[in-house]
Design a protein around this ligand. Sequence first.
Ligand SMILES: [Zn+2]
Length: 350
Amino acid sequence: MKSLVLEKKDELSLRDFPAIDRVEERLGARDVRIRLHTVGICGSDVHYYTHGRIGPFVVNEPMILGHEASGTVIETGAEVTTLKVGDRVCMEPGIPDPNSKATRLGMYNIDPAVRFWATPPVHGILRPTCVHPEAFTFKLPDNVSFAEAAMVEPLAVGVHAATKARVKPGDIGVVLGAGPIGLVTALAALAAGCARVYVGDLAPKKLEIAESLSSAIIGVNVARENLVERVKRDTDGWGADVVFEATGSPRAAAGVFEPLAPGGCVVMIGGQPDPISYDAGAAMVREARVENIFRYAHVFPRCVAMLNSGAIDVKPLITRTFDFDDSVRAFEIAASASPADVKMQIVLPQ
Ligand SMILES: [Zn+2]
């Protein structure tokens, strides 16, 4: 099966990957077989390509990339009841152990045994077909395209972050970082009820895209304007109710409490490969609540419902689309981190 394979750090190839046919393509009674349609390129895919590892996850043998996906059901297991052949679907890429303590407690995303696409040693889905549990496969309404559906995975991160923040109607939000995750977080914060969301970044093009998403999003170019002063000025010195850290930069994280209002909440989203400093004093005087998120849980159906109703529109975030045959080039472009691109996607032959 022709797949996009990360052979090792800095080396990608589009080639047959026979091992997948034998092991991962066996259809269980509660699984569906899916023909992949659209796959988004995630920062994590690019990081494995350019660094060969993310924290403890190391690429030691060839691995198929990709985890943000939509497709069509082409076969169903004997006990599948909610999906049928021909259904258009998106898939949640992390499969926990159904019997683990974390899963039984409802925190299946932090089950230590979770198997997540394109996280070594688990293969991703930049390949023609995959087998996936019915329970982690979600039917799409007719008005949600395959491209939008492949955005559900990153959107889920933003929706999980806004859920953990417990956003209330009329809250003022701040998002540090206007990458794909920062922007889906801004959209999720607005959908959750924020009156306004300030998005801080250095890239003018990304801020332009941020502001185009909603008149309630205010882009702040942090190279030219002090974000903390701006938020304080606009809130009579009070600050923002919720601050989302979506840069993964130790420097941004160190200042994360500065724009926060007394009693506010900080949500740490951006991954930090190394320990970082944390201004405990600034958190203390605000009695700040700090939440950490790891991917998401229980939010895919909510994301699909918001795309369906129009409560959230992710289409402006998709800035480039490539054919599967061009996917090595797509990753080279993604690795160059062009400041004008938010989300790039790859479309597979049908
Ligand atoms: Zn992703």
